[in-house]
Ligand binder design. Structure first.
Ligand code: AR6
Length: 169
């Protein structure tokens, strides 16, 4: 049985009606490709305008904005590590992305949250390793009243996340 509050689905994260979706951004917070591009396209120009006021975000940290035209009320922007083989603190930095995003959600009293597979696209973090860190970090640091969706882009990622969620119990 999966841990209460944690689930995974295959979906475009921009379609989710939750308190906040998490964006896999870069340190400029000024947009990019992948999920970042999709979120900015769906949210509209107000998101970029607010991001410009934030002055960037270091790797492993997180910042919050409104959701604009998204169904999600907020976007939590976090910056995952670029994969360099695993010896440059990538695991810990990735875990920090999840912990800091959850901490921001708590500070803003948000209880429903969706994460993409941070760093596993352009930043090349191996998917299985990233999914294990994601699921274990969220299971260890989310509040009992939070519901967290791991939004997978495709069936392959979904299978990986399902395995990791099943391994928790
Ligand atoms: N919904 C859910 N997941 C998605 C979506 C979507 N609409 N689109 C892509 N993914 P990536 P990163 C998945 O490359 O590796 C950007 O240019 C994708 O399949 O978006 O953290 C930023 O500006 C993959 O599993 O993010 C940064 O420069 C996951 O999202 C850089 O890319 C993350 O892939 C960040 O790279």
């Amino acid at each position: 049985m999966a841990t209460p509050g944690l689930s995974t689905i295959a979906t475009d994260i921009t379609r989710l009606d939750v308190d906040a979706i998490v964006n896999a951004a870069n340190e400029t917070l000024l947009g990019g490709g992948g999920v970042d591009g999709a979120i900015h396209r769906a949210a509209g120009p107000g998101l970029l305008a607010e991001c410009r006021l934030l002055g960037g975000c270091p790797t492993g940290e997180a910042r919050i904005t409104r959701g604009y035209y998204l169904k999600a009320r907020h976007v939590i922007h976090t910056v995952g590590p670029v994969w360099h083989g695993g010896s440059r603190g990538e695991d810990e930095l990735l875990a920090s992305c999840y912990r800091n995003s959850l901490a921001l959600a708590r500070q803003h009293a948000l209880t429903s949250l969706a994460f993409p597979a941070i760093s596993t696209g352009v930043y090349r973090f191996p998917l299985e390793r990233a999914a294990r860190i994601a699921v274990r970090t969220v299971a260890g640091s989310c509040s009992p009243d939070m519901s967290v969706i791991f939004a997978c882009f495709g069936e392959e990622a979904l299978a990986v996340y399902r395995r990791e969620l099943a391994a928790l119990s």
